[in-house]
Structure formats: structure tokens, C-alpha cells
Design a binder for this molecule. Structure first.
Ligand code: ADP
Ligand code: MG
Length: 964
């Protein structure tokens, strides 16, 4: 590694400036502007050359000062690449024009660029660029965690809080769902939570990329503390920045309000602290451009179907299970036929937060139902949204000052579509359509609408909040008119050549343009006249930015130049002259140009200010467009794929008939992979559990024969067990989003949480063993599931020794059945578990079916009731051509095992029933240790000498050792 010593003897003034800047921003890669390059030095240079594939050079002969550089004009591309990898960058600029100073040019850090504070131009329409901020308040059991999230590209700003014992896992879940690119946190905040900061911030990828310098530590973390694994860039801030007494006034100033109560933040100091710290950080790292962040929404955690990060991942809701795989396996991809980027983003966030409020779900389903069976009106809405650009992003760009005339014109073109959208929505009658589309009397009266304090998210907003929020759809016609009246139809990209502002907008501008034009005509006339006068046919009037206007004559003709020409410059084969007349025109033209450029810029800036003043109106309309798009999209899918409306209700039912897995079915259709075999399911939550809060009897379940709450699914590998499990969860997610479902019929008592433990997911790369992960996830399920939850357990217990795994699976099923009552789907290869059906009233066995034919086994993918036949493994092996001797020997061994096992299990069950509990459970399925236990039990201790006792102990130990 290169050593950075600020008292290096070789130090030049530039390097002194560099060290000063680096000291102030030690966590940034320092881009130091030197002439036409940004140079990086020392470790920064090493990192940058590696990440950007740049050649590493050195400032000195001994090669002790590594450096590398990128050309100034191409820097943006390189900077984006580094930001995407999670680095922070400081730009150290030249503060004086090098031409104008004799001394060394002053340099200062003018901007700090970080992944969360810079909008990546390559950001996909449906992606978000979240900057997160985590603050804490209080300590111990009273601790409360505040989380603020901002997407600078759209101005979407949210806050939420988590309290109590579950605060930490909830925060981790939320971060896992949102996947921020950068996270701010209070340095001292973790102690308050009883957290080990090192562990919490452990950086899994510190060695290769990670934040710089990596906050890695060698503390191996395990369990839930490895909290922020997904967040690459973590930025610590001082604790006081997160204090509500600092944050609240800061936010009030920023939003221009007297109180934060109207934004729903009253009493939420931890959230205020987090949000304040975030704004503080933005102000510190960038100059201005925050106008479009004009409100913040406080989210209550209730009101939506909770999905933990593990489930989001396992169910592949928005991203494929393994990064880099095709996105076609995601539910998002399957459900996305949205017309606008806003709709796509809303679909994504809705999938992560499906509703749990019946009236909200019904309102969406009503709207979808109406549009699904009305092709002309549905298509009317969708066509009206065609070509609608990203309103929120355009607004963001206008605010960040990166918008030129073209962007504003694009905003104008998008605004022009809005009245058509509104008209199209107006033709639909469902309540939700009317709420979204009804006319707004006068746009002006509401131009200063302030957030109502109700959480305004699609998924959490109640319908009353929605009605009082804002009356009607604001088609923003006034803004559109302003843009069109101000800019020319096809404005140039930049202001350099003028011609951005429409004729007739500004009298002086029009006059100046006229002056410029006549001036140029006059110059042409002068050129013609002087050619005549001097007889030099090649004489030209020309312009350059250093000498202005001049007459150019070739060397050969220089003798014919008249007296009144004033020599300006001599070139190799030409001479340049000026005349008093030319000078006069030159001044006129140049001042006219300069002045008109000034006026154009001024008018444009004014327009931009007006648009930003209307930011909250634009954003509200964008929100409505997103929702309209999403519901029309659901209706479109329902009609296109023949999906049905799920019957949502307040009960414990989960019932579907002839249902299909939406993603697998579509993939099979697209690839010609055959037909998806529909399956059915019927489960009934049990609300009588010891820990259950809900006690009402569930409609549909007769008291004598309770519906099963747990389905245990067995069957051979590749039979379709995992698909069946996921299908159930996906249908629930879709239904609670307000989407129709691929089934003949579906009845759904609303689900409060979905838990999944699917497959042997391998987290070894993160330093946690598979089994540890599995048990952590299972613990989370058993500790927090309620009767209204949906639990999926797929191949639980695979990560450890057979008997361990089987025992844990067994106990888990019992607990879910006896204590929790949640609707549960349990797919397992432990055939032994099917015995549970005799003991547990509300557990039923299901199996995936297979058929044997001459060529091998055919998977029918049908789920029917009953336990699977046990010997499939051996049958498969036989069909695969294993020698018959091996097959029949395997059958014998199997028989032996089965006999032993059945005895042991019967034994164990008696023991459990006799409440001989814990120690025996451990030995339930281990014949050998059972024998030892039996011997110990029979032993007559009084009749043993110490010597005999010792010998016996040694013998037992040997026996144990031999079996291990
Ligand atoms: P298991 O978990 O029992 O090993 P999977 O659920 O992984 O089985 O399914 C194995 C294969 O069978 C997958 O390729 C899946 O696409 C296919 N499959 C599963 N269910 C069905 C079905 N109902 N109809 C058609 N193909 C199915
Ligand atoms: Mg499976």
C-alpha cells in the first residue's frame, strides 16, 4: 500500500492542497482538478485504477506516489461507474482561472458525490435510488428506531418508525425490501439498541468494493445483527444531527411549514431525527436542487401485508433469487404491462406492501373488475397514457438543475397527455376510478396544497383519507400552457446558440434578435462591397472568439489592401484586418447576442421556478397517474389471461380451485414447455390458539370437523411441491394488491404476514451457515406468526443431520398446530412426518402424484390428499438402471430401517404423551442412544462399586464413540 505522509519532503503546493482536501473528506475518493484532468493520488489512485481499469502512474521517480487520472470532460462516466460500486467521491475544483493567476491556483472541494445523492442517468424506470437514514431514540426496551428514505430522482420522501423488541428485525426487513444504495446512521445509535455496532455494520464485501475506506472489521457476525448486509455505502454522521431538536426546525425550514404535525410526524421524534439528518446530509453534500422534495410521508406499519426480506427474496417478487439470473422469474416481470414508469414503480412498491385492509382491497378489485370487462374503456385509459414520460423524474431533473430546454419541453409534452387520461378515466364508474379521475374545479385554488398528514401511499391510505386528501385530478393544463407559450416547439439542447424562447414572449429579446439578424446582413453587405472596392475576390468577413470580426485577405493579395484597413493579425498565408465600421457592427452584434442570451436564460429560469413552485401539484398528479396505470394494468392482465376476482373476506379461509402459478405458467407458455397443471387447496386458520388474540369463530368451519390449518406435502423430488407452496403465497400477494388471480375460484381470509422458509438457501458467502440461517428464519416465524399469517416451510431441516432435522421439523409442526394456528404449507422429504396426521386434528397430508410407465417416471404435478409412497427414491434408481442386486439390497435395508424407526417413533410418542418430555425427545429417532438410555434406566446404582460404575461409564462412552 502506498503511504500517505503529509510531511513528505517531496511535497509541492498542489499536494498540500490535496492533503488538506483529503483530510476534510477522508472517506471519499478525491478527484483533484489539475488542468484538463481529474487526478487521483495514493490509495485513491490504486482503488480507482483497479475499479476503472486505468493505468496507474506515479508522480515521482521512486514510484512512491501512485496516481491516475481521467479527462475532465469524460469524468462523468467514470464517476457514475464508481458510484454504482458504492464509492463516495469529492470533487476538488480549481477556484480561479489558471490563465489569470500567476500564483498557484486555489483549489477547494465543491461537491461530494455519493450513491444516494446523485441520480444515476442509467437508472431504470422501475428502479428507485433510495438514500436511507437510520436514527434511534431512547434506549433499551423503550428504544425506537426511525427510518427515513428519499429517492432523489423523484423526490419521494418517506419516514417510518419501529419500536419495541421487534424494532431491529423490522428495520432490517424494511431495508431488505427497499434496498437503499446508501445509508446514513448515527454513530452512537447502536449502543442505544443494545447492538454491537461492529457486527451491525459488518461489511460483507469490504475486501473487494464496499464503502471507502471500508468500515470492515474482522468481527465475524452471525444472526440478525448482520443487519445491513445489502447496503454498500454506509455513512456515519454525528449523533446530534439525528436529535429532534436539531432536525425538526431544519425540516420545518426546508418544507416552509410551521409544524411537522401536518405531515403525520407528530410525536415521531426518531423518524423526525432520521429525516432531518437526511436533509442535513443533502445540504452538506450538494448545492441546492432540493426544491422538488416538498413533502414527507409518514407511514404507519399497519395497514399492509407484511413481507419480510426473506420472503420477498424467496418468492422472487421483484428480483430473481440469484442476482444475475433472468428477471423473467419474478412476479413483477409477470405482472408488469404498465404503460408509464410511474405505474411500474408503483407496481413494484405495491408488491412489496400489499394491502391488508378489506375495504381498500375491495375498492381496487371493484375498479379492476369494471375495467376488465369493458374493453373499449380500459383501452381508452391505457392508450391515453401511452407516451406519457416520467413526470416525477422530469420534475426531479428540473429541480436538480440538470434540465435543459429539451427536458422542459418533454415535461410539456407529457403534461399535454393528461387531459386525455382524465377524460378516459371519467368514463369508468367504480368508486376508485371516480376518486382518481374526477375533475378539479380550478387548479389554481389548490396550487399550494400541503400534505394532509394521512399516509398517502397507495397501499396504506384509507379511502376516507383519500377523499379528503385532494379533490380531483389536476390535469395541470396551466403549466402545459406556460411551457408551450414560452419555449419554441423544438428547442436546441443548450443555450449556446440561442433560439430557445418563442418569439413574442419578450419584446426586448425579439428586438435584439432582429438587431443581430440585420447586423449579420450588414456584414454580408460589407463583404460584398469591399470585394468590389479592393478587387480582391477572395476577401472574406470572418469571426472568431478571440479577435471578433475581421476582414481576411490572402498574402498574395495583401498589396491591394487599402489605407484605411487596420492590421490585426498576420498568419502564414493570410492577413487579418479591421475597420472602424466593422468594429461598430461587431460591438452591436456581440452585445445583442450576449444580452439576448441573458434574457433567454432568465426567462427559462423563471419558467423553471414556476414549475418547481407547482412541484407538489405535479407530484400529486403523477401519483394518480401511477395508480390509474396500475389498476388498468391489473384489469388488462385479468382480461388477457382470464384471471378471476378473488373473494376477499374477514375470515380464516385460504381456498383456491384450479389455480396456477402465474410466473411458471407464463414461462411454460412462452417457452412451449407444456401446460401448467392447475391445483387446489383449502385451509382454515385456527383462531383458538393460546397466543392468538383473535377468538371469533371462523365462518365456514363447522365446529365438529375443523378445516385443516396445516397441509403437509410429500412426494418425490421434482414433483411440484415447491411450486405449489409458492403459488399459494403469490396468489395471496396478488389478491391483496387488488389484482385478479389465475384460478377458477379463490376465497381469501386476509393474511397479515407471509413467512417463507424455502429451499436450502446458501448464505455461506456471508459467513453464516445454511443451517444457522434456516434456524434464524424459523425462529422468526415461530416467535411472531399469528393465526392470520400464512407460513410456508419447504424442506425444513435439510441443513443438519437427519434425526436433528426431522426432530426440529416435527416440533415445529406441532407448535404451529397447537400454539399458532396459522395457515401453513409444509413440504418435506421426511416421510415420517406424515404420521402426525393421526395425532394433529387440523393437519392433513397432501402428496404430489407421479405415474410410472415403461420409459420412466412421469410427474403429474397434481396435488391430492394422502401421504406419498415411501419408496420412490429406490424406484427412481431402478428406472435409472442401477444393477438389480443393488436395488433389491436397498429394499432390504430400507425395510430394516423402517421397522426400527416405526418402533422408535411409537416409543417416543408414548413417551411424549406421558409427558416424559425433553430429554427423550432428543433421542427420539436415534436407536443407539436409546439403547444407552435404556441401560441407564435399568441400572441398579446401589449394587455397583465405584470401580464398576467407572467401567460401565467407559463402556457406554465407547459405544457412543463407535456409533459416531
Ligand atoms: P419439488 O419441490 O417437489 O422438488 P418443484 O416445485 O421444484 O418440485 O417442481 C419441479 C418442476 O416441475 C419445476 O420445473 C416446475 O416448473 C414443474 N412444475 C411444478 N408444478 C407444476 C405444475 N402444476 N404443472 C406443470 N409443471 C409443474
Ligand atoms: Mg422443492
Amino acid at each position: 500500500m502506498a503511504t500517505e505522509t503529509s510531511n513528505d519532503a517531496m511535497q509541492t503546493p498542489v499536494m498540500r492542497q490535496y492533503f488538506a482536501a483529503k483530510q476534510a473528506h477522508p472517506d471519499c475518493l478525491m478527484f483533484c482538478r489539475i488542468g484538463d484532468f481529474y487526478e487521483l493520488f495514493y490509495d485513491d489512485a490504486i482503488v480507482a485504477s483497479r475499479e476503472l481499469q486505468l493505468t496507474l502512474t506515479a508522480r515521482d521517480r521512486e514510484k512512491k506516489q501512485p496516481m491516475c487520472g481521467v479527462p475532465y470532460h469524460a469524468a462523468e462516466v467514470y464517476i457514475q461507474r464508481l458510484l454504482r460500486k458504492g464509492y463516495r467521491i469529492a470533487l476538488c475544483e480549481q477556484m480561479e482561472d489558471p490563465k489569470l493567476t500567476k500564483k498557484i491556483v486555489r483549489r477547494e472541494v465543491t461537491r461530494v458525490l455519493t450513491p444516494g445523492t446523485v441520480v444515476d442517468p442509467g437508472l431504470g424506470a422501475e428502479q428507485s435510488n433510495w438514500l436511507a437514514s437510520v436514527g434511534t431514540k431512547g434506549a433499551g426496551a423503550a428504544a425506537c428506531v426511525g427510518l427515513a428514505l428519499l429517492d432523489l430522482s423523484t423526490g419521494e420522501f418517506r419516514a417510518m418508525e419501529f419500536a419495541g423488541a421487534g424494532a431491529w428485525p423490522q428495520l432490517v426487513d424494511e431495508l431488505g425490501r427497499v434496498r437503499p444504495v446508501e445509508m446514513l446512521y448515527a454513530e452512537g445509535g447502536f449502543a442505544a439498541l443494545g447492538m454491537n455496532k461492529q457486527a451491525a455494520l459488518r461489511d460483507p464485501s469490504a475486501k473487494d468494493t464496499a464503502s471507502y475506506p471500508a468500515q470492515n472489521s474482522d468481527v465475524p457476525a452471525s444472526g440478525p445483527e448482520a443487519a445491513f448486509d445489502g447496503v454498500r455505502t454506509r455513512t456515519p454522521l454525528e449523533d446530534w444531527v439525528f436529535g429532534a431538536d436539531y432536525a425538526a426546525p431544519l425540516l420545518q425550514r426546508h418544507f416552509g411549514v410551521h409544524s411537522l404535525d401536518g405531515m403525520g410526524l407528530a410525536g415521531h421524534d426518531a423518524a423526525i431525527g432520521a429525516a432531518g439528518a437526511l436533509v442535513h446530509y443533502l445540504q452538506k453534500t450538494m448545492q441546492g436542487g432540493l426544491e422538488h422534495i416538498d413533502r414527507i410521508r409518514f407511514y404507519e406499519r399497519s395497514g399492509c401485508l407484511a413481507l419480510d426480506a426473506v420472503s420477498v427474496r424467496n418468492l422472487e417478487l421483484v428480483e430473481p433469487l440469484f442476482s444475475g439470473e433472468s428477471v423473467q422469474t419474478t412476479l413483477f416481470h409477470t405482472l408488469d404491462a404498465c404503460c408509464t414508469p410511474m405505474g411500474k414503480r408503483l407496481l413494484r412498491s405495491t408488491l412489496l406492501r400489499p394491502a391488508s385492509d378489506l375495504s381498500e382491497i375491495e375498492a381496487r378489485l371493484d375498479a379492476v373488475a369494471e375495467a376488465a370487462c369493458d374493453l373499449p374503456r380500459r383501452e381508452g385509459v391505457r392508450r391515453a397514457m401511452d407516451g406519457l414520460l416520467d413526470l416525477e423524474r422530469l420534475l426531479g431533473r428540473v429541480s436538480l438543475d440538470s434540465a435543459g430546454p429539451r427536458e422542459v419541453m418533454a415535461l410539456g409534452a407529457t403534461l399535454a397527455c393528461l387531459p386525455r387520461v382524465q377524460e378516459a378515466v371519467d368514463r369508468l364508474k367504480a368508486l376508485r376510478w371516480r376518486e382518481l379521475g374526477c375533475h378539479r374545479e380550478s387548479a389554481d385554488t389548490l396550487s399550494t396544497t400541503i400534505s394532509t398528514g394521512h399516509p398517502q401511499d397507495f397501499s396504506t391510505e384509507s379511502s376516507t383519507a383519500r377523499l379528503t386528501a385532494q379533490p380531483g385530478f389536476d390535469a395541470l393544463t396551466d403549466l402545459h400552457a406556460r411551457i408551450v407559450a414560452t419555449l419554441v416547439d423544438e428547442p436546441p439542447v443548450t443555450f449556446a446558440d440561442g433560439g430557445v424562447i418563442r418569439v413574442g414572449v419578450d419584446g426586448e429579446l425579439d428586438e435584439l434578435r432582429e438587431l443581430g439578424r440585420s447586423g449579420r446582413q450588414a456584414l454580408a453587405a460589407i463583404e460584398e462591397r469591399e470585394r468590389q472596392r479592393t478587387g480582391i475576390g477572395s476577401l472574406k468577413v470572418r469571426f472568431n472568439s478571440v479577435f471578433g470580426y475581421y476582414l481576411e485577405v490572402t498574402k498574395a493579395n495583401s498589396r491591394s489592401v487599402p489605407e484605411d484597413y487596420e492590421r490585426k493579425q498576420t498568419l502564414v498565408n493570410a492577413e487579418r484586418f479591421t475597420t472602424p465600421e466593422l468594429k461598430e457592427y461587431e460591438t452591436k452584434i456581440l452585445t445583442a447576442q450576449e444580452r439576448s442570451g441573458e434574457i433567454e436564460r432568465h426567462i427559462f429560469a423563471e419558467l423553471r421556478r414556476e414549475l418547481l413552485a407547482a412541484a407538489s401539484r405535479i407530484r400529486e398528479t403523477a401519483r394518480r397517474v401511477a395508480e390509474i396505470d396500475l389498476l388498468a394494468n391489473f384489469a388488462h392482465l385479468a382480461a388477457l389471461r382470464g384471471w378471476v376476482r378473488p373473494q376477499a373476506e374477514e375470515s380464516g379461509a385460504l381456498e383456491f380451485v384450479a389455480a396456477r402459478h402465474p410466473v411458471v405458467e407464463l414461462r411454460m407458455e412462452e417457452t412451449g414447455g407444456g401446460r401448467f397443471v392447475p391445483n387446489s387447496l383449502s385451509l382454515e386458520a385456527w383462531f383458538g390458539g393460546g397466543t392468538a388474540q383473535v377468538t371469533e369463530s371462523t365462518p365456514g368451519a363447522s365446529s365438529s370437523v375443523p378445516g385443516a390449518s396445516i397441509a403437509l406435502i410429500t412426494g418425490p423430488n421434482m414433483g411440484g411441491k415447491s411450486t405449489y407452496l409458492r403459488q399459494a403465497a403469490l396468489l395471496v400477494v396478488m389478491a391483496q394488491c387488488g389484482c385478479f388471480v389465475p384460478a377458477e375460484r379463490m376465497r381469501l381470509g386476509l393474511v397479515d404476514r407471509i413467512y417463507t422458509r424455502i429451499g436450502a438457501s446458501d448464505n455461506v458467502a456471508r459467513g453464516r451457515s445454511t443451517f444457522m440461517v434456516e434456524m434464524t428464519e424459523t425462529a422468526a416465524i415461530l416467535n411472531t406468526a399469528t393465526p392470520a399469517s400464512l407460513v410456508l416451510l419447504d424442506e425444513m431441516g435439510r441443513g443438519t443431520a437427519t434425526y436433528d432435522g426431522l426432530s426440529l421439523a416435527w416440533a415445529t409442526v406441532e407448535h404451529l398446530h397447537e400454539t399458532i394456528g396459522a395457515r401453513t404449507l409444509f413440504a418435506t422429504h421426511y416421510h415420517e412426518l406424515t404420521l402426525l396426521a393421526d395425532r394433529l386434528l387440523r393437519l392433513k397430508n397432501l402428496r404430489v402424484t407421479v405415474k410410472e410407465n415403461a420409459t420412466g417416471i412421469v410427474f403429474l404435478h397434481t396435488v391430492e390428499s394422502g401421504a406419498a409412497s415411501k419408496s420412490y427414491g429406490i424406484e427412481v434408481a431402478r428406472l435409472a438402471g442401477l444393477p438389480l442386486a443393488v436395488v433389491s439390497r436397498a429394499r432390504e435395508v430400507l425395510k430394516l430401517h423402517e421397522r426400527a424407526e416405526t418402533q422408535q417413533v411409537a416409543h417416543a410418542l408414548e413417551a411424549v404423551d406421558a409427558r416424559a418430555a425433553a430429554p427423550l425427545q432428543m433421542t427420539m429417532f436415534t436407536p443407539l442412544s436409546q439403547r444407552i438410555v435404556d441401560r441407564l434406566a435399568e441400572m441398579d446404582l446401589d449394587g455397583l462399586t465405584p470401580r464398576e460404575a467407572l467401567n460401565l461409564l467407559a463402556e457406554l462412552q465407547r459405544e457412543l464413540g463407535a456409533s459416531a
